[in-house]
Write a protein that binds this ligand. Sequence first.
Ligand SMILES: [Zn+2]
Length: 213
Amino acid sequence: MHLADIALQQSFPSVMVPRHGPLAAMERPGERLLIAANGIFLEIARPWLRVVRRLGGFQHRTAIPYGEAEAATELHCGRVPAHLIGEFAAMARAAHPKETGAWIVWNAASAAFRLIPVSILEHSGGHLKYERPVLAGDDVLVVDCHSHGCHPAFFSAADDADDCHDVKFAFVIGNCAAMMPSMALRLCAKGIFETVENVPSEWYAAAREEVLA
Ligand SMILES: [Zn+2]
């Protein structure tokens, strides 16, 4: 086999889901395909997250002697501190009507979260181009935040293109000058986008407190 294929297949293996015993956990961060009796699943492991999603089923009913897999979401990092959302809301308000961005990173060794502003290359009231922060050591990206200036919070086609390769939460603050800015949140897992319908109420509270302060 071609050396490039050996490397690709080692970095993204397919695994037969056992029928009579548990599936061995992934040993390191990465991705793998799970071939199960009930379909093909994508499993992603990061220090802060494990996610399993079904990519598709089989077109024909044929006996596949494997076990079944199921969707899973395990957040190892715990809840994102609301005060960091408050800090980002303050940044978004200061940049308004232009857009801005920041990353909330989690340190796997210390279990501490912090907010890192991104270096902006270009920004206007309708777009943002930034340099991805270089993360050191045990820091991992958890929430990729950006603002929409005076526009409402939503995920645009440009956001979809920006987010399709990452494993993270994407978070948008809109109507940045309002007492209560609008917010949108979604989980991005290698092209799978899942909107979080209920943005945590403490995030709204943190953003509003900053306005009153
Ligand atoms: Zn956007």
